[in-house]
Design a protein around this ligand. Sequence first.
Ligand SMILES: Nc1ncnc2c1ncn2[C@@H]1O[C@H](COP(=O)(O)OP(=O)(O)O)[C@@H](O)[C@H]1O
Ligand SMILES: [Mg+2]
Length: 449
Amino acid sequence: MSSLHEESLLRSRGDEGSPRKGLRILCIEDNEGDFVLVREHLRDAGFEVAPEVARAASLKEAITLLRDEGKRGSGFDVILLDLSLPDSHGPETLDHVNQAAKDVPVIILSGNEDRDLAVNMVHRGAQDYLPKHFLSGDLLLRSILYALERQRSRLEMSALNGRLTQTTHDLKTAQMQLIQAEKLDSLGRLAAGVAHEVKNPLATLQMGVDYFSRHVEDIGDSGQMMVEHMQEAITNADRIIRGMVDYSRSDSLKLELRNINVIVRKALRMVRHEVIRNNVKVDRHLATPIPAVRVDEGKVEQVLINLMVNAIQAMGSAGRGNGERPLHIETFWGQLEAIDRDLGLRDYDRLRVQDHAVVVEIRDQGPGIPEDKLTRVFEPFFTTKPTGEGTGLGMSVAKNIIDLHRGHIQISNVENPRGLRVRIFLKAYELTDRMKRLTPSSALPSSET
Ligand SMILES: Nc1ncnc2c1ncn2[C@@H]1O[C@H](COP(=O)(O)OP(=O)(O)O)[C@@H](O)[C@H]1O
Ligand SMILES: [Mg+2]
């Protein structure tokens, strides 16, 4: 639908439906005599302002004219069409014209008075069908005004329909987000409950294991080995439980102004063992100076550790034997250009476009995540790792914590080199004048999903 044309229609129309500015009418008619007659009728029709009448003597000429006008954005208001042209006959003529000028109403002027053909033409999109020998100024005027009115309603309806489709789409998205938020919320409460229930029996088991490890001489070698296995199992279960508690815990944050680079370095020290074990090389770019962030340091450190471990594991499994793979850690900052819609309801105090943000980017050269799984990784217990290796809680804990900080977490697959890129956006604080002068003129990359 061309809104330009809609505008030109409205501009040319008065409030009571009588044109104020001259209409532009294209008459597609090969017969010179017929054209002259139509023009005279139009002149006598009683338009408030005389219409401007152009003529095309063949379909080809008409199409060229319509295309040129369309390009210029001016366009005709109405087309009067004779179906029998030297280069086109019958109903197809209308189809061609409709195609060339989608939103311009067409009135058929015909030499014959065939009712079936008339109905057929209206079905095919003509606004009216007038036999030439009945033609009068009055008839033309009315036909044109009605055609314009119907056309205007049609355009309005199609605009409304577009808005309706958009609204339905928005509604569906919101509904999905609500369901997702609800699901995560109930999973969180479930996790907290399970964790609580499992902690006590686990403590009992731990006591038993402690007892037997103090009496190794009584249980023999195989007994000792069994105790070691049991200890491993308990540690594993405990790790899962702690992850679940972390996930469900929405306790308040201890927010303090911090330098994100310091937290990044700490997290890197915590994963050093994993880095070495998986033959990964850390590639670190930390921006200085960098604005402060208001964070719970321990929690953000945990987020970074979770993400780093994921990245390292992704490269470890994909790149074993391929030599060192770089784990890219970067911090930067700037003004936010765009934020994608987040899951759940939007909060008033969340990081917004135009805010200054500090970003931590963690990029690996692993296999990435299939596009259809990108949102699922934030679901608690979603894991593609074997039992015992993955709990599926790392990402959901990370998202929870970043949500609590009113920040954003964004994941995307990247190419060249292929891998996963995770970005954490946190609101920037204490920007000095010097920093403001340093703000990159190009805003932060918009976050696409
Ligand atoms: N850097 C990454 N590269 C590829 N896949 C990843 C990456 N990070 C997370 N994933 C995917 O997301 C899943 C969930 O991650 P997470 O919540 O940390 O749980 P876990 O690591 O215990 O499986 C992983 O099992 C993996 O499929
Ligand atoms: Mg993980």
